[in-house]
Write a protein that binds this ligand. Structure first.
Ligand code: KG4
Ligand code: ZN
Length: 340
């Protein structure tokens, strides 16, 4: 049995969790900063890092306490070192380094996106873990929209990515146009519940022959639609519902096509946007192979997913050095690790 403490501070959640053997969550503490940033309509980077400084130790202490473990029980400390906001990442990485050094524990730097993927296997109900390959992962968060082919644990090939805004960013920007609060994803989903998704035919950018995504045309279409109402009451629910299906349609269609082309055994839906109910439902309806979607709580940023990703690397003997740095634009394919 090995216990790994996972620490996550890449954006606006200060999170820590203790995970056993990469699959069983013993504790999962998340201190969200949503209220702090809502007044700015998005994450205010300097405020985010300062809030991490305040929260990091209490959050780690609570994660250990509620798991009923002490530092001496741990096998390693894992931490997100990219991608994300530099100032936010620095808080987590420095805390992890100091604690690992002081307690004579190995340190493992983890790619945040790899964490989102490994959240899929944290839930015991989820099927095949040992050999689910090849698989297709749709990674959709506030900063990323990627379609990834995985032929083995830790082996990532990017099939496509977003040419402009990430899916989550598109939700956040559309929400702002509709006068909804930050973060936009949950706000659009809530507003859409009362709307008709056939009310407006919004554009889909298929970018034929590629697995890339672009939501800029869709965003512009929402802008023009909003402007067209001038002083008339804005049908927020109908626009939100029509927007949501337009995003889900393209994401699901491309994922299913890639799964077919590469003979995938399963599809993984990961990242904050995978919390979206319409995206989850559409993917489950259209895919002909098993679809693994983490429970909502694990779709959002958390420390458990970082510990889960670290467990695989730890078992392979991978460790980070004390010179582990933050890499704000870290690519999934270049995840830091060394065999020692
Ligand atoms: O993965 P995440 O928590 O943070 C990043 O790594 O970026 O993703 C945050 C993004 C935000 O853009 C948020 O609007 C979106 O995920 N999101 C959603 C939903 N819940 C969160 N988008 C659509 N529907 C949701 N229910
Ligand atoms: Zn994330």
């Amino acid at each position: 049995m090995n216990l790994i403490l996972g620490i996550e501070t890449s954006c606006d959640e200060t999170a820590a969790s203790v995970v056993q053997d990469g699959r069983v969550i013993l504790s999962n503490v998340v201190a969200t900063q949503i209220d702090l940033h809502a007044q700015y309509g998005g994450v205010y980077p300097e405020l985010a890092s300062r809030e991490h400084v305040i929260k990091i130790i209490p959050v780690i202490e609570e994660a250990l306490q509620s798991a009923g473990v002490a530092f001496r029980d741990l096998a390693a400390i894992a931490v997100t070192h990219g991608p994300g906001l530099a100032g936010s990442l620095l808080v987590g990485v420095n805390a992890a380094k100091a604690l690992a050094f002081a307690n004579d524990l190995p340190l493992i730097g983890i790619n945040h996106l790899e964490g989102h993927i490994y959240a899929s296997w944290l839930d015991d109900r989820n099927l095949v873990f040992e050999n689910p390959f090849p698989l297709i992962a749709l990674l959709v968060s506030g900063g990323h929209s990627e379609l990834v082919l995985m032929r083995d644990h830790g082996a990532y090939q990017q099939l496509g990515c977003t040419l402009h805004d990430a899916a989550g960013e598109a939700f956040d920007k559309a929400a702002r146009l509709l006068g909804l609060t930050y973060p936009g994803g949950p706000a659009i989903q809530k507003a859409a519940d009362a709307g008709n998704s056939d009310a407006f035919k919004l554009p889909r950018a298929w970018l034929k022959g590629t697995y890339d995504f672009s939501f800029s045309g869709l965003k512009t279409a929402v802008l023009h639609l909003v402007q067209s109402f001038k002083d008339a009451p804005l049908p927020v629910a109908d626009i939100a519902a029509s927007f949501q299906v337009a995003v889900a349609d393209v994401l699901v269609e491309k994922t299913v096509r890639a799964a077919d082309e590469y003979g995938a055994k399963q599809i993984i839906l990961a990242g904050g946007v995978s919390a979206n109910a319409v995206l989850r439902k559409t993917m489950l309806e259209r895919a002909e192979i098993p679809v693994i979607i983490p429970p909502i709580k694990l779709c959002m940023d958390n420390g458990a997913m970082i510990a889960a990703a670290a467990a695989r690397r730890f078992a392979r003997g991978e460790r980070s050095g004390w010179d582990l740095d933050v890499v704000p634009a870290l690519k999934l394919q270049n995840s830091e690790s060394r065999i020692q």
